[in-house]
Design a protein around this ligand. Structure first.
Ligand code: DX5
Ligand code: ZN
Length: 224
């Protein structure tokens, strides 16, 4: 079943808990939280206090996307703040094997993220360890950007690789996902869909979640 992961970067921070609850009413099992350090990504976003607040605001899982350099330094801190899933940028990890295993040793799901231009081939053995792969379909840093279509080829390659080797990782995509493009993204094999502005930027976040999940589910069925 496809998962819609509302990215709180697009939420109204003056009423974060309420806004999350509005989206959750549409059936949300995982929220996406974007952490940026102003170095890996050209922006600052949220830190530990907001992850702790989000943890208090929902029973849904928290998927923390670390767009930071040297993520090893903070993986445990974010998990102790409430992260259930932690993803690290392949481009920011010197020792990716150790980082993924560190996340898992702390009891969280370990994800590896590829920027749009980073080839899937850089993952290779990481696919045997990672619980999920997050494909950036925008350049990290901001919500509300346009979807980058060539990333679909990477999703298809990951799906085929997963099938060929009988692996279990989930495929997540992040950036520019809307109700208009989610079908073609689902047909490419994506399981988890991060959606910021197309959920929190609408007057009815729950309806946006329902509409996107429905479109993704029927596309995935067509593709089965
Ligand atoms: C961008 C973030 C994305 C972003 C998605 O650096 O990683 O998660 O919040 O926002 P939308 O869905 O508005 O493109
Ligand atoms: Zn993200």
């Amino acid at each position: 079943m496809p998962e819609i992961l509302p990215s709180i970067l697009a939420a109204d921070f003056t009423r974060l808990g309420q806004h999350m609850a509005q989206a959750e009413a549409g059936g949300v099992n995982i929220f996406h939280l974007d952490v940026m350090d102003g170095r890996f990504a050209p922006n600052f976003s949220i830190g530990i206090p907001i992850v702790e607040a989000a943890r208090r605001a929902t029973k849904a899982k928290l998927d923390v996307h670390l767009m930071i350099v040297e993520p090893d330094r903070y993986v445990q801190t974010f998990i102790r703040a409430g992260a259930d899933c932690v993803s690290v940028q392949q481009e920011a990890c010197t020792h990716l094997d150790r980082t993924l295993r560190l996340i898992q040793s702390e009891g969280a799901l370990a994800g590896v993220v590829l920027n749009p231009m980073t080839p899937v081939s850089t993952l290779h053995h990481a696919l045997d360890i990672a619980d999920y792969v997050l494909l950036m379909s925008v350049n990290p840093g901001f919500g509300g950007q346009k979807f980058i279509p060539y990333v679909l080829d990477k999703a298809r390659a990951l799906r085929d690789h997963r099938e060929r080797l009988g692996l279990k990782f989930a495929i997540e995509i992040d950036g520019g996902i809307t109700v208009d493009n989610i079908s073609i993204v689902a047909e490419a094999g994506v399981d988890w869909f991060v959606a910021g502005s197309s959920v929190f930027g609408t007057p009815d976040p729950a309806a946006a979640v329902v509409a996107m999940r429905k479109a993704a589910a029927s596309a995935a069925l067509r593709n089965a």
